[in-house]
Write a protein that binds this ligand. Sequence first.
Ligand code: FAD
Length: 398
Amino acid sequence: MDLSFSDEDLAFQKEVKDFMSQSLPADVHDRSDRGLHPKKEEIVRWQKILHEKGWIAPNWPVEHGGAGWSLTQKYIFNQEYFLAGAPQVTPFGISMVGPVLYTFGTQDQKDKYLSRILSSDDWWCQGYSEPGAGSDLASLSTRAVRDGDHYVVNGQKIWTSFAHYADMMFCLVRTDPDVKAQMGISFLLIDMKTPGVTVKPIIGLDLDHTLNEVFFDDVRVPVENRVGEENKGWTYAKFLLGNERNVIARVARSKYQLARLKDIARQESMNGAPLIEDADFKRKITKVEIDLMALENTELRYLSQEIAGHKLTAEPSILKIEGAQIAQAIKGLTVEALGMYAVAYEPDALTERRNDGPIGPDYAHGIMADNLYQRAATIYGGSNEIQRNIIAKLILGL
Ligand SMILES: Cc1cc2nc3c(=O)[nH]c(=O)nc-3n(C[C@H](O)[C@H](O)[C@H](O)COP(=O)(O)OP(=O)(O)OC[C@H]3O[C@@H](n4cnc5c(N)ncnc54)[C@H](O)[C@@H]3O)c2cc1C
């Protein structure tokens, strides 16, 4: 196993570092740094800068607009990107539906959607989960019935992140209710402006609006908006979920958050001394830092195996479980470090509705919101229990 970077890799690392320090807008960095969700305008502006540089979709094939980087370069980019405090690129277009379209879509679908995904001119959302179908996704019941050259869609999706921003949804629907659950599903692309689509907000634990319910009431979707074959949607859905699991160790993001935690612990005090010097708090920080170093080593080990041609199976599940738990532990300690200032959480303190600013030190604002939102990290993208089931089956052979 070789974990060292070549001279070319180190030069590339410097190029990415320089680009990030020169190009990431200060306001986008500030929101991300506070752990707040980016506004649509901010993230689109930033993604357009990345697109102009040709770095918006490192994982796409070059012929479709990808960067043509090696696995090591992608790893380095990912590290430097998050270490610079940048917000995650909205995954629904670039990481999820884009790869489905260039792999299984028709030429018309590729021509119509891929370039608008790259340029962030279309915002996509993911219509998978339903009130009765989450971990057991194949039991979904949103129904699509063929009527000439359209499908008529009726049903409901839930937990649809940023559906209120979205122009398009990629959606799993049931086209055949009389076969085994996985066999009767199709993958549709739905224009969110189609009559009969209603988006209703769900306000999360963080008191922010990122989640939604989406209702379909006789929504007519052209058959040409179906990806691949009718009733084969489960294949494309699984392909997409496989891509989703690629970016989940979040080592660089956690390193950034850990550095922020230490910074706060240096500024907060305990019994008249900086909190970071408190033996008990130091022990907690050290424990999470060691866990993070171990995770980074594990991720690099898997990267090295992939470069050597080994196909990963349940390894991404290991990274997802540990990565989410470490991120939650860091956020929990940051709340602890802030003490009462974390409790004084005011979601609208930085908005135009307020002119007196947040209570407590500037760095306190947003920490509690992010801590509460991070509770979801062990649920979305396949809950930790589901990831453990995958490990039990594929690695332990249970
Ligand atoms: C912040 C957030 C954003 C989301 N964004 C989207 C989105 O944009 N689009 C979308 O389609 N969905 C989205 N989701 C939904 C997410 O994919 C589901 O919440 C997730 O799949 C779990 O499904 P569920 O909520 O129905 O819980 P359930 O599947 O009902 O699970 C409930 C509990 O039971 C456990 N459990 C279930 N089955 C098993 C099993 N076989 N073995 C052991 N334990 C089990 C689970 O781990 C969990 O703890 C989002 C969720 C969150 C929290």
